[in-house]
Design a protein around this ligand. Sequence first.
Ligand SMILES: [Zn+2]
Length: 463
Amino acid sequence: MSQKLKIEFLGAAGTVTGSKTLITYNQKKYLFDCGLFQGPKELRQRNWGSFQDLNSIHAVILSHAHIDHSGFLPKLVKDGFSGPIYSTPATAQLCQLLLMDAAYLQEEDAKYANTSGYSHHQPALPLFDKVDVKKALSQFREVDFHHWHELDTGLSFRFSRAGHILGSAVTQFSFKINDQSKILTMTGDLGNGRSCIIEDPEKILETDYLIMESTYGDRRQSRNSPLDELEPIINQVIRRKGTLVIPAFAVGRTQELLYLVNQLETEGRIPKVPVYLDSPMANSATDIYLNFPNELKKNLHGVQLKSRLSTANFKEVHSADDSMLLCMSTQPKIVISASGMLTGGRVMHHLKAKLPDENSAVLFVGFQASGTKGLLLKNGLKDIRIHHQKVAVEAEIFVIDSLSAHADCEDLVHFVSTMTKKPKKIILNHGEANASASLQYLLNYDLQISTDIAREGTEFILD
Ligand SMILES: [Zn+2]
């Protein structure tokens, strides 16, 4: 029987959430990433759908800790998966934090559905709870960067640095097809080498097949210094005594922002304004960054990092009561809060309070997916519904894309073009339709590499 490796996309195909790629080799199944669908209701509902055969898989390999790549793990375990979950050590630590928080949000949603009576299910149940998360965490197996780990006879993988967030990895699978060794590289979320904190992505020199993310496949990000872009925005808003609300992913963007605000203060380019971090999870994530100095930029080695990821007038907000009090405060300030795409979380309360205030502003620093309130606001909508109320948008909306954690189209093409042995086949996933199609065009025509776009349910056979 001829050997082959089969790939099937169960999420992050035509969209940027719900990352799950099923790999079948030698009659055994492996899942690469196990993410939650996020954003509009139609997508979120898919978390409740059944995924064929997933409890028969042998192992999960995790690219990084973001919930759209890891958040379905507790449900997988709840449904019977008892195998190993492989990740880098930093990803394992971040997952403890992120998955517990995800369980808390699931439990809160179910509670809210039961008290408000909006659920069709009686009683409404969480997708998973903290017990499921604990079980999932006990199945984690840490694998260091650059070490080959054998999954089965003839099938191994190793992680290389992806430069996206702490712990993030590009994964290479080594396998045999008819006695010939082959390499399949899966980028997961790929960084762009412009982070102030995280080491750059490592070059991949050789691969036979490549599955690549395409979030920014149709866009080139600004190469301006994020310091130069951030400075006038902060100064304008503080001068007019407003609040600058910055929605940000708790892991990644938040730490970059704190670093930059600290830098602007140190250089005397902005006043020492109160900076509130209203995301208990982001506070803990920052502590985990401090545990892995080797993954950080060389110029940060030996530096008092804790103080560099903080500012002169920095306050962590912990309790929900303090968060509500902060929403009512009219002092000029910066508030950093999650979620980054306005799909929920404390930032929604800050927006409800500050969007009607023309002196205040919202600054977007990360990707906003289709169907999210983040994209609507970014695109200039004049009123928006938050917690079933219509909220007028008088605040100024700013966008900086030089702070993105993702590679843009130029970076992605560069990632492939600098390989000494280029892939004979590329499959693009983790992108909205336009983004993947634009990148497909560049790779097909500029690099002359056969490039397909991942579609849900479609199988790709590597043989
Ligand atoms: Zn990510």
